[in-house]
Design a binder for this molecule. Structure first.
Ligand code: MG
Length: 388
């Protein structure tokens, strides 16, 4: 990076209430993280600063600045721009949180175009026939427009102030109102906007198709049962009333340990002990959700997603059935997966062996992850470089 590199900011609008979803859609889980988090992470390594404009009553995103939105999208953007003034970015990318699939290539082309013209937006030519009340319209010069939209910061900040009483549907419309040219950059076909519930399934399908390298990993763990003495029996992240608890350095959740190992195995990243030493005082009585989340983050750092996880608990007691649903929900929450991608089940060993004698509880897990094929190719080229 040279010292002349422009300072880039990203402003992500995430204040919508998502009436079609029964909850704000930007917080819905989408294969490992929320829709909003996908949108934030898309600017990783490109934006020097990220501001999320959201409703203060909503859960606040971690590790980025958030700013209270306004009554309309336009007002929210204005608040976000005001919050960015102090850091004086050259270019600002204004993005709707509901487009989580935007890719780096598009963002970089928009920045490059906006550096030249002051305003650049992603556009796709309309290919379907367009009709208005039974009359076919020419689709020539018709485009659908996406976000992010990239602007010279000072320009768009001024225009948002100037036109704050005029209701406009996107930020580029402010430039048009001013008679300024806006550069059209070819948009990204799969940069879809999550608008209807079925769009979430489409986003899952698109993310899965980007990650065609399917891997599985398995994990196994055992912990010893000891009299509870006030300690909770924790299985799959759920505390269960029982006279016995599992012995261990952390919360001794054999299920989440097995599942963590399964995820690590699927990406060839060793085992839980290598990542979280049982000798480390930091993990004394630790919530094993931390370990599982870490393994899931490693999958995502490789550009991958967790597709499915399955845990089998082996014990005679306690009865798992009454807790199965909350265990499934807890794992889904930790991994930000839909419930249908999480399985929890239990079995006994018919009184045989150490689990049969109630000396301990065992857990087995299988995780399926999907990685981009490109990482394997890059890895191979790296290997060749070393070999030559
Ligand atoms: Mg363990």
């Amino acid at each position: 990076m040279t010292s002349t590199r422009k300072k880039i900011a990203a402003l992500i609008v995430a204040g919508g209430s998502g009436t079609r979803f029964g909850a704000p859609k930007q917080f819905l889980p989408l294969l490992g993280k929320s829709v909003l988090q996908w949108s934030i992470d898309a600017f990783d390594g490109i934006a020097d600063e990220i501001v999320v404009v959201t409703n203060p009553d909503y859960p606040q995103p971690e590790n980025v600045r958030s700013v209270a939105g306004g009554a309309t999208r336009q007002q929210s953007v204005r608040h976000g721009l005001a919050a960015l003034r102090a850091s004086k970015p050259d270019i600002v990318l204004i993005h709707d949180a509901a487009r989580p699939l935007v890719m780096r290539e598009l963002i970089e082309s928009l920045v490059a175009a906006a550096e030249k013209s002051g305003a650049a937006i992603p556009a796709l030519p309309v290919t379907d026939t367009v009709k208005r009340s039974g009359k076919t319209e020419s689709r020539e010069d018709l485009f659908t427009i996406q976000t992010p939209q990239a602007f010279d910061f000072v320009l768009i900040d001024k225009l948002h102030e100037k036109y704050q009483d005029k209701s406009l549907t996107d930020d580029a419309a402010l430039c048009e109102a001013e008679g300024r040219d806006v550069t059209l950059v070819t948009g990204q076909q799969d940069n879809i906007k999550i608008t209807h519930p079925q769009d979430l399934a489409r986003a899952e399908s698109l993310l899965s198709s980007r990650n065609g390298d399917v891997r599985t990993g398995q994990g196994y763990d055992v912990h010893k049962l000891v009299p509870a003495n006030g300690k909770k029996l924790v299985l799959c992240g759920v505390a269960i009333p029982h006279d016995f608890a599992l012995e261990g350095h952390s919360d001794a959740d054999a299920c989440l340990h097995a599942l963590t190992d399964a995820l690590l195995a699927a990406i060839g990243a060793g085992d839980i002990g290598q990542h979280f030493s049982p000798a480390d005082p930091r993990w004394k009585n630790a919530d094993s959700a931390v370990f599982l989340r870490h393994a899931a983050n490693l999958v995502m750092e490789r550009g991958g997603i967790v597709a499915h996880v399955d845990v089998t608990i082996v014990c005679e007691a306690p009865k798992i059935a009454p807790h199965r649903a909350s265990m499934q929900q807890r794992i889904a929450d930790i991994l930000q997966l839909p419930l249908a991608r999480v399985s929890v089940k239990a079995t006994t060993t018919e009184g045989l062996g150490f689990t049969g004698r109630r000396e301990g509880i065992a857990a087995q897990a299988i995780a399926t992850v999907r990685l981009p094929f490109v990482s394997a190719t890059v890895q191979k080229n790296e290997d060749l470089k070393w070999a030559s």
